[in-house]
Design a protein. Sequence first.
Length: 178
Amino acid sequence: MSGRALGSLWTCPKCGRKLVGKNMAHSCSSASVADFLRRAGPRERALYRRFEAMIEACGPYHVSPAKTRIAFQARVRFCGVNSIGPRGMVCSFALPHPLESPRFTKVEELVPGWWGHWLCVTELDRELQGWLRESYRLMGMPERLGGRRPRAQSTSRTAGASRSKTTSCRHRKRTRGS
C-alpha cells in the first residue's frame, strides 16, 4: 500500500480483511496473493506485478486476496484480477457508467450505478491505466460513499448503452455468470 491514508477502515480480527464498516458480512479466509499465483509462470507473475503497479499509481490501496480472485480496494473494492494463465489475465473494474470497447468481454450493471467491466489482457497500456484511475477515483474512494454522485469524466461513455453486454473471450474459460 502506498503512503497516503485511506481513512479508517475496520479490520476483521479473524482474517485481517479491511472493510468499510464494522462487522460487515464477508468470507474470512487465509487466501494470499502467493496462493493465487502458485500455478502462474514467471511471465504471468510479472504481468500481475505490472498490473498491481498500475493500481499503486492510482493512490493508496489494499490487496484483498480471495480463493478465486485478487481484489484491490481503496475505501471499497473497485477492481480485481479474476484469473491468470498462459493466455493472459482476466481483470475487471467498476465504474458508475458503462464503457464500450472491443476489449471488453463483458459489461454489466451489477447494481444501479455500479457497472462491471471485464477484459482479458496480455499487455498493459495507457488506456487500461486510465480506466483504472477513473475506477479508483469514482468507485474506490470515499466521495462515492458519502451519497454524492461524482461526475463521470470519461470520454469513452456511450449514451444508451445496453444493460449487459457479453462477448466471447479466447483468453479465459467461461465462468458462472459470464
